[in-house]
Structures are given as C-alpha cells and as structure tokens.
Design a binder for this molecule. Sequence first.
Ligand SMILES: O=C(O)CCC(=O)C(=O)O
Ligand SMILES: [Fe+2]
Length: 654
Amino acid sequence: MAIRWANFEYGVVDTTWPTHVEEQERLLNCTHWYRLQAHTNIPNYWPYLGAFRLRGRLEDCELHVFRRGQDRIFVARAVSDNVLWLNVTLSSHKEALKATRTFAMSVEVIGSIYIPARAVRGLALSDRSVDWTEIGVDRAEKMDGTGLRSQVAKEAIKVMQKYLERHEQFQRFDQNSGPPRSSPEGRRAAAQTREGKETKHRFYFIPLKAVVNDRLGARFERKLAQLRTHVTPSLVTPSLVFHGAPSQEPQAVVMTGRNELMARTVRRADRAWVALAAVTAARESCEVSQWLQEEAVDQGYHVLCISEQEPIQLYVEGLQSQMLQLQGGKLVERLEEKLHIRRHLEFLEEGQSTVTQWPKQSWAVFTSEGERWRPEELDELVEGYRGVALLFEGGVWRWPPVRPGFRRSVLPGVVLETVATRPALFSLDLAPESGTADASASRLLRHAAATAERRLFRSETESQVSEERTSDQAWLSYGSTPELRELKDFTARVLRIPATYFEEKLQVLRYQKGQYYDAHRDYWDPAEFPYEDRFLHANSQTWLMRHATFFWYLQRPEKGGETWFPRAHGGPIPWDEWTACDSRGVKMGKDRVAILFYSLYSSGDVDDYSWHCGCPVENGTKWAANSWVWNQPFEPPFAQRMPPHPAELGDAEL
Ligand SMILES: O=C(O)CCC(=O)C(=O)O
Ligand SMILES: [Fe+2]
C-alpha cells in the first residue's frame, strides 16, 4: 500500500475553543470530526509528533487546537483527503501511544512515529555543524513542482547524512537529559544506567531511503541497518522522518515514500521547533502466518496480535482455529485466565504412581523481534507496541517450526529451515553468497576442532564411561578464546536466547570408525532421575533443564555418522534399536553445518520426541560440537517465579 502525499499545509493554531456558538457548531457538525484528548499534568512534558492517515475524508473542517484546563484537545483538519498532521504535546511516550489509540478509533493510523522533539531541538542547538535549514523555502518552492525534485532530494540527503553521522551525539544527548523519570522510558533508562547497560532507545528516527540513485540508496540502506542495531528493529521502518528547524520559518520539508521524493513547504512553524514525521505504508494488521502452527505440535506457545484495532487477538497454542479476542481488564489476568497457565510441571516417576511437581519460572511475552517482557510489564509495554507478540509459558524463546520446509531468515545470511515440527528440528543454512556468515562459521568451527584435538578424552554419560557412547570428547570453555566467544555469541543470536543461558562449555566430539552414541535425549527425564536438586535452579528455585541443542558439524566422516532422529514426524521410541539409523524419522548431518532442536516445549515440559542418536561412523572421522542452552540463565538476572495466584495464596493461608 503506497501512501499518497497530497498537497497540504501544516500548521497548528494555538487557539482556544471557539467561543462563538456558531463556530462551535460548525466544528461539531463537520462530517468527520476527530478529537484527540491528552493530559499534560506532568510539568516535565514530553512532546511528540504524530502523522496519521485517515480512512475517511475530512471535509470543511479547519485545523484547531484548543485547551480546556490541563487537558489539551486537538481537533485537526485533514490537510488532504487522507493525510493529517497532528502535533501532540503529551506527558510521555505511553501517553502519546494511548492518545493515538483513542484517535485510532475514528481514523486508521497506518503508522506513526514519535520523536521526542525536545531532543531534536537539543541536537539542533547543541550541534551547530548540522545546518537544519539547509534547504531554504525559496529553493524548495522553486524546485517543487518544477521538475527539480532530484535536486531537493540531494539536498535532503546531505542534511540527512550529517544528521545520521551525528547519531552518536544524539544518543549522548538523550542519555544526559533523556526522557523524564516519570515516564516508562525514563524509568527504564534509569534502571539500565544503574545496571551500567547501554540505554535502549524507545524512540527512533527513520532515515531517508534515498531514491535518487542506487549508490545513495545503498548508503541509506547501510545507515538503516546501523540504526536497527541501536534500537528495537521493529520500530524502524524504511521510510523517512524529516526535517527539523528551530525558530526558522517557513521551512522546507522533504519526504520520501517508498519510491518517491517530494518537497513541501511548511507555512507556519510551530513554536520553537518543528520535527516532522512521514509514515510509510504500514502493516494494517499483524502478519501472523509465519508464527502460527499448522498443527498443535507445541505446548504453551501462544501468538498475540496487537494492532490498532482493539481488541488484542490471541491465537491459543498458535492455532488459527483457536483465535480469541481479549476484551477489557488487565491483559495479564486475561491471559492467565484464558490460557490456564500452570505454575508447576508434573512428572510421573518411572514405574511408580508418584507425581513429582516442579515450580516453573514465569511465563513471558516476546515481541516478534525477541524483546522479552515479563508479565508485570506487559500492560504498559503493550500500549507502545504494534505487531505480533509471542507468549512462551516456559519463559524462553523457542522458534516456532511452522511446518517442514519452512525457512526463516533469523540473521542476515542465516536461515533456519524446519526439518520436523515434532520434535522442533531445524537445520542451519548459511547463505554462501552472503560470504561473511558462512566464512566466519567455518573459521570458528575449524578453530574449535583444532583446540579440542589436544584435549580429547573418552566420552562419558552421567560421568561414567559407557558403551552407550563411545566417542572421544573435549570441553572447551567459551571464554577461553575470542573465536569461541564469537561462536557462542553467534549461537545466542540465532537462538534469541541470551548467552547467560548457555552451558559454559562447548562439548566437542570426535567419532572414529565404529564409534557412536546411542539414541538418547539431551534432557534428564525426571521420570528416570527422580531426585530433586538437579532440576531446581539454585537461585530461582524453579525448573531448570536443557532447553535446546545447537549441534555443529565440524567435519563430516566419509560414511555414516549422521544424527538420527527416530521419532521425527511422530514415530515411536526405537526400543533396543538405539543405533539402528534406519529409514524411520530423519537423519541429519549430511549437508548443513549445524542443526537446532528443542528438548523442551514452549511450556517448559520435556519433549519426548527429541530422541536422537549419533550413528556409527563407517568410514573416516566425524567432528561435531554441542552448544547446550538451558531454560534459565546461570548468571543474574535469574528467572522468576510467577507471583502466586490468588487461589494459591488462599491455600497457603489455610
Ligand atoms: O553425534 C551426534 O550426531 C549426536 C551427538 C549427541 O546427540 C550428543 O552429544 O548429545
Ligand atoms: Fe544428544
């Protein structure tokens, strides 16, 4: 959907509600009369601008801004058929988003961005080298409509480049004076500063996607990519924001849509600053299809669509057929009620009727970009989010397998391809044409094999040499070399699980002719090991288990040595045929450099379909390595137990 920027004027008339009755009536009788109400009772307000596209036509209504007490009510006239500029002065980002939502009930907001205008002004004032008024209105007016758009574009690009080059400066500025502490951003920023972590910016700017020529286009693509590493990527869309100029009027405003570039004139600058935002065609609703499951192959996995159209949609178990609308009340409570999220996992002891119960860490919601939200933060964060979110009852990210053959690009040049949905089994595809991912993976893997070779010893299972597993192995601490650190970081990024969840060592395996590893699972089945301590995290006192295995093939043998998943696609356990490596299920390790499979479902329960075996090597030597990832971090912050349910509290008191 391309946005049409029609001619428009921009301006905010800072007036009061008209006193003439006729005037009021005229406004109220406008065929489309939209109202945005915002509260600005926090003195340290945080001004935002928003851009909206309207669904209907706004006719005959003037642009008005008026005030009543502490509230500011904005009535805006569409400046074209379908574009409306709205200048909103609000107390916080959250307020701005809330207001947008209210507004969105009557108009279709196809995208909006919020620029902390105070920061923009600060930048402009503190950074003289950026000439904010580089494009003067005279030139712009002359150029506009006279076929000289590319000239304007070039000018705009110059300004943008300078602006983006000073992105770092912008960040520093933001960190010093940042959002008000009273705002969610402010609190978060303050907390992060306390932890000594980099501030994550919730606001963002969108660089010009140059369309003048390919060279400049590519340059802006790079800037865009850079920008995405600084802010939550979903917030950056390849459109444009521009152009701010303090206390200068009139000014030129240059905008691009996806493939067009235009110059416009701003007639009246608002107050001391102006920052304008352009919107691109935005998602009209969520793109859920790549997150849904075709069959109920996972447990404790749910998909949320948070869109402008209330209410939030919940796809229970990630199934299209189980879509519910969440209406009213606190989202946390609505989710817990609809999903009956368990606070314990239960297992039957082998050969007994005794059930063991394990307290579970809290569930969590993740944005489709992998940002983790705890239930306590949910209601607040949802306000500022549009798009798909995933709820994992076990509190850890798990790539939904969708269907066999499904390919998902998880990092540039890195694709996870679904091999089976039961168990969730993927192969890693590094695009050779991307060069870097492929080359660096081979370099890292060669390093791992060479380092391991000097430290090999006979593999053990449960700390004992056994005939179940006849390979040699070495444990390599990820911290011991830069390459291993890099390998761990890469794996963490692919899995979207923090590096603190990784077993601290990489296990490198060498299988020579005849060596194998019987079919097994990478988790410890509580039914087999019914002693408690090892399944409880020492700090969080909740269920601790291996969550995923990322298995690297460092060197393939000439024959044999595949990894066999006998139960893939739902088959039975191959009792007493632990190394059969026959046509049941699937065999991996023949081509790709790595595989990923999950030992736990999204609920935290163990997945008994994840049985696998290192097939006997028939010829040559096989080198491989396990990156094991747990369901909880080994370093703080540790996972949390959910706040007790009122019913549980009741029981405890009895
Ligand atoms: O060698 C293989 O292919 C599988 C090894 C394995 O499953 C393990 O080390 O846990
Ligand atoms: Fe294994």
